[in-house]
Design a protein around this ligand. Structure first.
Ligand code: ZN
Length: 221
């Protein structure tokens, strides 16, 4: 009797390597592909798949809205119960580590939503900068960088505006199935907009100078 293949990895590292081998190698961004190990991993360990009995059927890579580079990993569920899950961003890495939304992991999720929220500001800056702003560099822009204040600092201040009750409510109402799984209070989003309309200074950089700028910031003084 033949048995269905199961995840048989003894370490996360092995599993990660197997998933990478399926999803990474030189795929075009519009190529739709099957990935049996990734499919099993998500069905068995992704928080929403386990909760709703979802099984991702096909995969592809999404495109970054600004830089046209390969950005997010998408799964197609083809599940009549959840037609909204036509193509949905999914993290196999979260499945691998057994991620759950808790008070400890909430900040990371909020930051991701805030980053998406400020995208119009980033896009507006990108629209008027074709070349890297580092003096003497003639490369094309690949990243928009927060010079001052840093994105993380603004986001942390925004997150500190949340009450414990609001945090608990966000965790309770979180539903990955929804288009907008995390309900962030409007005043927090408004604060992000206001900061980007007033004090935030951005710069357009090529990949190299963005890496250099990030490295300089993190070097101990
Ligand atoms: Zn440059």
């Amino acid at each position: 009797m033949s048995r269905k293949p199961v995840l048989h990895f003894t370490t996360q590292k092995e599993c990660k390597a197997a998933v990478r081998a399926e999803v990474d190698p030189y795929r075009e961004t519009d190529e739709i592909f099957e990935a049996p190990v990734t499919k099993q991993l998500l069905a068995k360990r992704h928080h929403a798949c386990v909760k709703h009995g979802l099984v991702p059927m096909r995969f592809c890579w999404g495109i970054h809205p600004i830089f046209n580079t390969r950005d997010c990993f998408l799964a197609n569920f083809n599940d009549v119960r959840f037609p909204q899950l036509d193509w949905r961003k999914i993290s196999w890495n979260k499945a691998l580590i057994g991620w759950r939304l808790t008070d400890a992991t909430l900040d990371g999720e909020i930051k991701a939503v805030l980053r998406r929220h400020i995208l119009p500001h980033i896009l507006a800056y990108r629209d008027v900068h074709d070349y890297c702003e580092y003096p003497g560099c003639l490369s094309l822009v690949q990243d928009i960088d927060h010079i001052n204040p840093q994105f993380d600092d603004i986001a942390c201040t925004a997150i500190a505006m949340l009450t414990q009750l609001e945090r608990a409510s966000m965790i309770n109402s979180y539903s990955w199935i929804d288009d907008c799984p995390l309900q962030i209070p409007a005043r927090v989003l408004d604060y992000m907009d206001e900061q980007h309309s007033t004090v935030v200074r951005l710069q357009a950089l090529c990949k190299f100078h963005h890496i250099m700028a990030t490295r300089m910031r993190h070097e101990p003084t």
